[in-house]
Ligand binder design. Structure first.
Ligand SMILES: Nc1ncnc2c1ncn2[C@@H]1O[C@H](COP(=O)(O)OP(=O)(O)O)[C@@H](O)[C@H]1O
Ligand SMILES: [Mg+2]
Length: 249
């Protein structure tokens, strides 16, 4: 069992797109549950599913897991979120030992992989980071977005010291000088061991999401290099997992 958290202290950096693309690809190999910890509920919507209160029902309502899951194409299990996800935070924050019991619950799903999509900042993001074996930090390679990367890395350092960390440049456009500069800055600082190959900017990604399909399912001639880049990310996370020993805990 392994937990992958997709997190960033900034909004709109490609977290949900990355969580959905990664989960859909992993689901062709292993059992996967994608958990939407963002009250916006975009993870289910971008897979063409309803955004319901799965996360609230499971974490607070203590309903059986089967009541809290939806199924996306390719056997991907999705625990959808909606505005009630905000109440999860209040519930666990007010309990003595609530942070630790939330971490335990996030790590208790029976699938081989649990992928956590998160909102920027806050209690749920911190619990997700503390629960994770692998952390992916997507960022748009712009100067201002780098602040989000550094902020997230500081949190990872505090909460997820033993997790593998991958910085993922998303919607990279090599014609934009600022993109090149920001990526070079991060590569100089962290190297290719931590910075993954970039995901190119393609409007076809937006089209797939609008259509309620993953990048793997959506038919579009301009998705090829996005798929290649996400497939490399999948390999990277699986390699990290192998190094971790694929421990069952
Ligand atoms: N590779 C890409 N090329 C172009 N647009 C992208 C790409 N990846 C994501 N996007 C778009 O960027 C926006 C933010 O992505 P999203 O995954 O929702 O970010 P977050 O979950 O961090 O808020 C969405 O409109 C999405 O369609
Ligand atoms: Mg999102």
């Amino acid at each position: 069992m392994s937990v992958v958290t997709v997190a960033s202290n900034k909004g709109g950096t490609g977290k949900t797109t990355t969580a959905v693309s990664l989960s859909s690809a992993l689901a062709t190999l292993d059992s996967v549950t994608l958990v939407d910890l963002d009250a916006q509920g975009h993870a289910a919507l971008s897979l063409g599913l309803d955004n319901r209160s799965g996360v609230f029902d499971w974490l607070v309502g203590k309903q059986p897991l089967t009541n809290c899951l939806l199924y996306a194409p390719g056997d991907l299990m999705v625990m959808p979120g909606d505005s009630r996800t905000k109440l999860v935070e209040t519930y666990y924050r007010e309990q003595p030992g609530g942070f630790d019991s939330l971490i335990e619950r996030l790590r208790s799903l029976p699938s081989q992989w649990t992928v956590l999509d998160t909102a920027p900042g806050g209690f749920l993001q911190e619990a997700a980071l503390a629960a994770s074996d692998h952390v992916i930090v997507p960022f748009e390679p712009e100067t201002l977005s780098l602040d989000g990367v550094y902020g997230t890395l500081a949190l990872v350092d505090k909460l997820a010291r033993s997790a593998s960390v991958t910085l993922l440049p998303v919607a990279y456009d090599r014609r934009i000088a600022e993109h090149k500069q920001s990526l070079t800055e991060l590569l100089d600082e962290y190297g290719t061991l931590m910075v993954a190959d970039y995901i190119p900017a393609r409007s076809a990604v937006k089209a797939a999401i609008a259509n309620g399909e993953s990048i793997w399912a959506h038919q579009h001639p301009r998705l090829g290099d996005v798929r290649v880049a996400y497939a490399k990310l999948v390999d990277r996370i699986r390699a990290h997992e192998q190094r971790r020993g694929g421990k069952d805990d």
